[in-house]
Design a protein around this ligand. Structure first.
Ligand code: SF4
Length: 315
């Protein structure tokens, strides 16, 4: 499969009164066309900042982003507008990401109007809105409803239809199901998988919950405080986790079988400040296996098995 997106040594720092907050610190990875990359980590690890840099809602501090081989790190004007067609985002909270004064139809149509889709033909755009509503499982009768009249699942379906309106190649999904009930989560995940198969979409799926990405990701990146700590195919990662943080994340997933047990690893200790972080492994204050070296030298991402990368001094 051909490479669609490549990120090289990406950094995003924010200036604060106490120093620079290292939200994303030297991240490199790629996503192939038609695949899903799961980006997993707890709140504040920088995964949403990473997604926002890729869709140009934030400007990176350093590093490169390549899309279909072209450098798209810093774009402006017409080039930025063009890139919006290829790169779309689905947001975590469907309610706050939808304009409450707009109807379902007008929300989905808005990007088509901005980008003059379908030759600017209003009738064709309206037809396309209804087709998209049908695709994402929204009844036509809801076209003139407002977001507050609908439940969370339907609101997220509007967000998906809006993201699809420009026929993008890559969609960054930022915790798209975490605000929804479990039964609705499964419906939305199934819908996204069906759309991927039908349209050959590529997803970057951001979540704090490893179990959510288990079935939909081809590859997984585990992030901790702005850095990549483990990266491999989904299959390999669920078979064997090397990094102590990934092990703790996996131990939090409930085991479905009766009488089956998985010992939960409870993380103790303080989370390192992402503002001017101290040298060494950022997970060290919470790691059960931390040794002296861990507080002094930041571990590099090493390939422990073919295509399985880990940043930890244990290996
Ligand atoms: Fe733990 Fe050290 Fe590995 Fe960091 S490098 S995860 S502190 S063992």
């Amino acid at each position: 499969m051909s490479e669609l997106l490549r990120v090289e040594n990406l950094k995003k720092y924010f200036k604060t009164p106490s120093g620079f907050l290292h939200a994303v610190d030297d991240l490199s990875f790629s996503i192939n066309r038609g695949e899903t990359l799961g980006v997993v980590g707890e709140s504040g690890c920088g995964k949403s900042t990473l997604g926002r840099c890729i869709v140009h809602l934030l400007e990176p501090t350093a590093g490169k982003i390549f899309f279909e081989g072209a450098d798209i790190t810093y774009l402006s004007g017409e080039k930025l507008k063009e890139s919006r067609k290829d790169l779309q985002m689905i947001f975590q909270d469907p309610f706050s990401s939808l304009n409450p004064r707009m109807t379902v139809k007008s929300i989905i149509m808005e990007p088509m109007l901005i980008h003059n889709m379908h030759g600017g033909d209003k009738a064709k755009q309206e037809q396309e809105v209804l087709r998209l509503m049908e695709t994402v499982g929204l009844a036509e009768r809801l076209a003139d409803s407002y977001p507050h009249e609908l439940d969370g699942g339907r609101r997220q379906r509007i967000g998906i239809a809006r993201a699809l309106a420009l026929e993008p190649k890559l969609i960054v999904c930022d915790e798209p199901v975490s605000a929804l009930d479990v039964s609705i989560q499964a419906q939305i995940l199934n819908l996204m998988q069906d759309l991927q198969e039908e349209r050959g979409l590529t997803y970057m799926f951001i979540t704090h919950d490893l179990s959510v990405v288990k079935h939909i990701s081809d590859n997984i990146c585990v992030m901790y405080l702005g850095v990549l700590v483990e990266q491999s195919s989904s299959e390999k990662l669920f078979e064997k986790q090397y990094h102590p943080y990934t092990q703790a994340l996996l131990s939090a997933i409930p085991v479905p079988k009766l009488n089956a047990k998985r010992e939960r690893i409870l993380l103790k200790g303080e989370i390192t400040s992402p503002i001017n972080p101290a040298p060494g492994c950022r997970f060290a204050p919470r790691c059960l296996y931390a040794k002296q070296e861990c507080f002094q030298v930041q571990p590099e991402l090493k390939e422990l098995e073919p295509d399985h990368y880990v940043a930890c001094h244990l290996y």
